[in-house]
Design a protein around this ligand. Structure first.
Ligand SMILES: Nc1ncnc2c1ncn2[C@@H]1O[C@H](COP(=O)(O)OP(=O)(O)OP(=O)(O)O)[C@@H](O)[C@H]1O
Length: 378
């Protein structure tokens, strides 16, 4: 079993006299790509600055490659940090910036030939044009500068590479390319461990081996992208991933229109239903047939499908698929549901009634009230 490259135990960190990271535990092996996902202000940057040694920890320990660095100076930690905002010297060229970054590695001094080879390699990996090397960072576009800043972080070949919102302020196409680059870099590197922070769930799904969902300084859940997406442990985690975001249904409202679902679902034992919700992803809903006689009621079929009638309130063309807003007709007080369906699979007109179906295996009970989550409007 290889030794963990990063092992954080019970970490707590304070800013401005307040605890902003608390009870944080994370263990990563060499080469793992971890994305910390959370809303603005939840403590993501503070966490990275703590790992890098730029802010003192209040409690807990940080171990890198088996060495406790909790109180080690930042320059002596084998860590690279990409700051949220560019921090490149304006008077240096891109090439000089990369050279200084390599020299900052305390592990080993490189010969001139090795240095050139390292710069050439990172230039290719991050797709930096050779013509940029003699230029100063301010003469590059925001997206180009961000790539140079990432190259500067990676070129040291640190044991732990910390990336703070690497896609910030980059247009969609440039960030698509950058995501691909980062995915390639992490696949090629089995010695560098990545911790990447973002509030973008799609970015997390695209890159991560492990996702840490964070809120208010604490970890809500850790797991692979599919674990977090398919089996979130709370409504808050469920809402962190997926676009459009998931539907959260009030259990008692659903059971009032379809009591048979109560037997099919593993309902929370010994706790009020109101403290939980049923999570339903928009792509799990299918429109199966028009409800021509308007007399179809909610049922559970023998093959494990929940079928229920809806009125189509709204339909939006997303290009290749439709986003629908559906009002359950036998639960009129429930908020509308969001569904995504392939464009060629429906011809439904707004205002018509349909029978929907969902596989019961796609329903998840999650902690948290459906009432506190926003209802869907498109
Ligand atoms: N220098 C500081 N002094 C006092 N409080 C601070 C300082 N820096 C950050 N904070 C507070 O610490 C908390 C966590 O901030 P942090 O920057 O780590 O969050 P974040 O998740 O990275 O946010 P964002 O996604 O907006 O960058 C916030 O409440 C913030 O206001």
């Amino acid at each position: 079993m290889p030794i963990q490259s990063l092992d954080i135990t019970s970490l707590a960190m304070d800013r401005g006299g307040n605890r902003v990271v608390d009870q944080f535990n994370l263990s990563l092996f060499p080469g793992e790509y971890c994305v910390v996902l959370g809303p603005s202000g939840c403590g993501k940057s503070t966490l990275l600055h703590g790992i890098a040694g730029l802010i003192e920890t209040a409690e807990g320990s940080i171990v890198i490659d088996g060495q406790d660095v909790t109180h080690t100076a930042a320059r002596k930690r084998d860590v690279g940090l990409l700051f949220q905002h560019d921090t490149m010297y304006p008077h240096l060229t891109v090439e000089q910036t990369l050279q200084i970054a390599v020299r900052a590695n305390p592990k080993r001094r490189l010969t001139a030939a090795e240095m050139d080879q390292r710069i050439q390699s990172i230039t290719e990996t991050m797709n930096l044009a050779p013509a940029w090397l003699p230029r100063r960072p301010e003469t590059l576009s925001g997206g180009q500068r961000r790539r140079v800043a990432i190259a500067k972080t990676l070129i040291r070949q640190p044991s732990v590479c910390l990336l703070d919102e690497p896609m910030a302020a980059i247009d969609r196409l440039a960030s698509e390319r950058l995501l691909e680059r980062l995915a390639d870099v992490s696949k090629q590197s089995d010695s560098t461990t990545f911790v990447h922070v973002t509030h973008d769930g799609e970015e997390a799904m695209r890159l991560a081996d492990q996702i840490v969902v964070m809120s208010g300084g604490r970890i809500l859940q850790i797991g692979s992208p599919s674990e977090i997406y398919q089996s979130p442990n709370s409504a808050e985690v469920a809402l962190a991933l997926g676009s459009p975001s998931c539907n959260l249904l009030a259990i008692d409202e659903v059971l009032a229109s379809c009591p048979a679902l109560g037997e099919a679902l593993a309902l929370p034992e010994g706790q009020p239903n109101a403290d939980h919700a049923i999570m339903l992803r928009p792509e799990a809903i299918q429109l199966v047939a028009p409800d021509l006689n308007q007399e179809h009621a909610s049922t559970v079929t023998e093959s494990g499908l929940w079928q229920f009638p809806v009125t189509l309130l709204e339909r939006r063309d997303l290009g290749g698929r439709f986003l629908l807003r559906l009002q359950p007709t036998d639960s009129e007080n429930s908020p509308p549901l969001a569904a995504t369906v392939f464009q060629n699979s429906i011809s439904a007109e707004v205002g018509t009634r349909w029978i929907c179906q969902v596989s019961i295996s796609d329903l998840r009970i999650v902690a948290g009230s459906a009432r506190n989550s926003r209802s869907h409007s498109i």
